[in-house]
Design a protein around this ligand. Structure first.
Ligand SMILES: [Zn+2]
Length: 297
């Protein structure tokens, strides 16, 4: 009996080692969210506000240990979602964005090489077409992420925005002080007319590039009720395709935007064919090895 137990244990250990080698390749969860703290960036304008945390209590409280804080923040601060109503009258506000739009196939378009030589670079229609030639059509319901590699500057305001001002983005002549890459209005039009994405994210503070003062790409996408995700973190770690993006914002009634937790689940840890195959691998692998050990011992 003792020998049988020993053989079962050996089978389990052997299967576990094999499982680690074979299965632990796909199921990965990438956090695309910056922590909120005193360094959290927000768009330079008097229409936006920093994140401030106030500690009410952190320590013994009668017989208990108690931590309880308060925070204030602008809706468009740090990693956040823009509701379509933000820049398009009559469109969806934060609590009205359908929950089915908050989860979708993750698509990453890399414009980092173009942005590395030009901080005012724009994602064009030809970039979208070139991406599709390599990867196939952008799937319905996709949450499309634009990777500029601007995250390498976060949270250095001057490097991230191209300006150290946090109160305004324009000079006295009304020209933009900011320099960072974005999405061209033509690319926004092409996505609206030809594809069916639910959200567009970027690793800068705005998907209209820094030099814009009229925000046409925002207006176009929001008019089509496509939400925005800005200051998205860790896009360098997100794969081009093959992930499911979960973008879950605070549900603020009539909000124009909200802090959001964004995750890219590579291979979708909960229900992908890969995950199911690996679960079968553990069960049948253990049984197989157990029988093999009994026969050989
Ligand atoms: Zn915003």
């Amino acid at each position: 009996m003792f020998r049988l137990h020993l053989l079962l244990l050996a089978s389990l250990i052997a299967t576990d080692i094999l499982h680690r080698v074979v299965c632990d390749q796909g199921d990965e969860i990438i956090d695309l969210t910056y922590s909120f703290d005193e360094n959290t960036l927000y768009f330079p304008s008097d229409m936006h506000a920093p994140f401030v945390q106030e500690i009410f209590h952190r320590g013994p409280y009668g017989p208990l240990w108690l931590e309880s804080n308060m925070f204030t923040t602008g809706e468009h601060t740090g990693t956040h979602m823009d509701a379509p109503a933000h820049l398009s009258e009559g469109r969806l506000r934060m609590d009205e964005v359908p929950v089915g739009h908050l989860i979708g196939p993750g698509v990453k378009i890399d414009m980092s090489s173009k942005a590395s030589t030009n901080p005012d670079a724009l994602l064009d229609v030809k970039d979208l077409i070139a991406w599709e030639e390599e990867n196939g059509p952008i799937p319905n319901g996709a949450i499309l992420m634009v990777f500029t590699d601007w995250g390498k500057f976060y949270p250095n305001r001057t490097a991230y925005f191209g300006s150290d001002r946090n109160d305004t983005f324009t000079d006295s002549n009304g020209n933009s002080l900011l320099h960072f890459p974005g999405v061209s209005p033509d690319a926004a039009d092409w996505l609206i007319e030809n594809r069916n994405i639910v959200g567009l994210g970027i690793d800068t503070a705005s998907f209209d590039y820094g030099q814009s003062i009229t925000f046409p790409s925002h207006e176009k996408l929001f008019k089509a009720n496509i939400f925005g995700l800005e200051n998205v973190a860790n896009l360098d770690k997100m794969p081009t395709t093959g992930s499911t993006v979960y973008a879950l914002p605070m549900k603020i009634k009539e909000g124009s935007g909200a802090p959001v937790r964004i995750l890219a689940v590579v291979g979708d840890a909960s229900n992908s064919a890969h995950t199911i195959a690996c679960k079968h691998f553990i069960v049948f692998g253990t049984i197989f090895l157990f029988i093999a050990f009994i026969i050989n011992c």
